[in-house]
Design a protein around this ligand. Sequence first.
Ligand code: ADP
Ligand code: MG
Length: 231
Amino acid sequence: RDRAREILSAVEGRTDTRLGVEAMGLLDAYGIPTPDGDIVDSPADALDVAERIDGDVVMKIVSPDILHKSDIGGVKVGVADEDVEDAYEDLVSRARNYQPDAMIIGVQVQEMVDLDRGVETIVGMNRDPQFGPLLLFGLGGIFVETLEDTTFRVAPVSEHEAESMTREIDAAPLLRGARGRDPTDVEGVVETIQRLSQLVTDFPAILELDINPLVATPDGVEAVDVRLTVD
Ligand code: ADP
Ligand code: MG
């Protein structure tokens, strides 16, 4: 809680209110798992991070001006160490092409999560003028808007309510292992919903927070992308 408070007071009143970097730290402070990795501002530093992570990495442009990174080719999945430096330059030039005056913070280098065995979900919150903090859970990833397979509760939620959210969506059978797939860590998803619920209850200054995707695999859950808006 203290760490979360520190992070939030550092970003309070900032106008570039899309704070991916700080958001990862907030989740971490509340025990929501995030993939290993870091945000760097040079190709050489990107390589350093990639070398310390086992296997290929994911690289993403970090800019408050770019909300949907994959829309502009700002996410590269499965980058081998020898391609990391080129990938860095490429991500930055794609961002510049998209918006020449975009403020570019750098590139996030992240451990790969096994999507083949996982399900992309979304866990989010926004404050409704009438109901207060509304938690959302649903099928996630880059198609979330088109599929609209989501369910809502007012925070704070009990374990029972969080659990029922994971049962309500159309894609619920996917989480529990459909068609011979291994069941994913639904308990981890339930816990994540509750932890997010606690976080937004503790900090009214968080206006909006979306984990998309929270990847659920048989081994656990990982918040690979977070978007945060603060007061
Ligand atoms: P954005 O939503 O801004 O386009 P994301 O970080 O959510 O950017 O990445 C887009 C997609 O790339 C994700 O929905 C997921 O399918 C894939 N992806 C992102 N990070 C990882 C990761 N660490 N491991 C595996 N796949 C990833
Ligand atoms: Mg995303």
